[in-house]
Design a protein around this ligand. Structure first.
Ligand code: NAX
Ligand code: ADP
Ligand code: MG
Length: 287
């Protein structure tokens, strides 16, 4: 099946310029749920990327050990903590966000798995599921029907294999992903080179990005970006398409300065602004 290429022309069908009279109260409130001892960096990257992609308010839900780290490293982000020190055990907050991203750095503690189950059972908010939240679902596949239609999942190849099983060719991988997408009505962002998005029978293929993205935390950043777009009222498929395109574009923009090797996940976040400007035909080279 022929993919739809995610290029500038396709993106302009999805991209919406911000309203001149908008304010933080209507720019969307996103929550990023994740982190565990030693992996608070994943939520830090994800929540910063979420803000830098344009939503009005970002809150993180993390274990207690991440409180000072988050508040000091990103003062713009609000923090709600679990009762546990090192991992998440009970996901509760009295905020009504427009989108939630769950998984970066979450870990696989049994109590965290139960907390994810309870959360999925009652959640009615648009969701992006990544990293350990996907690994938890792979360990508990009977929970997959709890996901709302058009939930976005963002597996890298290993996470995808844990969910759908092994494949013998690229074609078989795509076929299995389509079957899985149809079975649970999910949007699958199959990360890789290139990243493909599967929305039931429709396949999209991204045209931006390069090997500089092969660095720790670059997927955590993508989760924050897509969650941000969802919170800003983009339809789930548009949020996935625009998020993946902008994410890749940051690496294309940065490459002449960083080279492949010294590019890190924070460089994605630094270049989100230039990526947006290039959508509006403002040449980032002269900024
Ligand atoms: N600074 C931080 O706090 C970081 C935390 N992270 C968190 O660490 C946890 C574990 O995530 P990981 O993804 O490292 O561990 P996983 O065990 O899920 O995946 C790692 C495995 O997947 C394989 N893999 C990954 N990308 C692949 C590709 N493109 N093609 C083929 N194989 C591929 C690797 O070779 C390895 O075997 C997650 O919660 C994640 O969010 C990571 O994102 C790294 C940074
Ligand atoms: N060689 C590559 N070319 C293009 N994009 C890549 C390449 N390697 C990795 N990426 C991108 O980087 C991201 C890696 O995500 P992931 O493996 O989840 O990282 P992490 O868990 O460390 O945050 C994905 O968006 C993937 O498409
Ligand atoms: Mg990841």
């Amino acid at each position: 099946m022929n993919p739809i290429y995610i290029d500038q022309k396709e993106i302009l069908k999805h991209y919406k310029q911000p309203d001149k009279y908008t304010h933080k109260g209507i720019q969307g409130h996103a929550i990023i749920i994740g982190g565990s001892y030693g992996k608070i960096g994943a939520v830090t990257l994800s929540s910063k990327a979420c803000l830098k992609t344009g939503c009005g308010l970002v809150t993180v839900f993390i274990p207690k050990c991440g409180y000072d780290i988050l508040q000091i490293s990103i003062p713009e982000v609000m923090v709600v903590t679990d009762n546990q020190e090192k991992f998440i055990s009970n996901i509760t907050f009295d905020i009504k966000p427009q989108a939630i991203g769950i998984g970066p750095g979450l870990g696989l503690e049994i109590e965290t798995q139960q907390a994810v189950y309870k959360f999925l059972k009652i959640n009615k908010t648009s969701l992006v599921i990544d990293a350990d939240a996907l690994n938890i679902l792979s360990k508990n596949k009977e929970w997959l029907p709890l996901l709302l239609p058009k939930t976005i999942i963002t597996p890298h190849p290993k996470e995808l294999e844990r969910l759908i099983g092994k494949w013998n060719s690229e074609e078989e991988k795509i076929d299995k992903a389509i079957t899985f997408s149809k079975q649970y009505h999910l949007i699958i962002v199959m990360k890789g080179a290139p990243t493909r998005i599967i929305d039931e029978d429709t396949i999209y293929e991204n045209t931006t990005g390069n090997a500089a993205l092969a660095t720790a935390g670059s997927g955590d950043v993508l989760t924050g970006m897509i969650t941000s777009l969802l919170a800003q009222s983009y339809e789930p498929i548009s949020a996935a398409i625009l998020g993946v395109y902008l994410h890749g574009l940051t690496a294309d923009i940065a490459l002449p300065e960083t080279g492949y090797q010294s590019f890190i996940a924070s460089d994605i976040i630094t270049n989100i602004g230039k990526a947006y400007l290039s959508l509006e035909n403002k040449d980032w080279n002269f900024l």
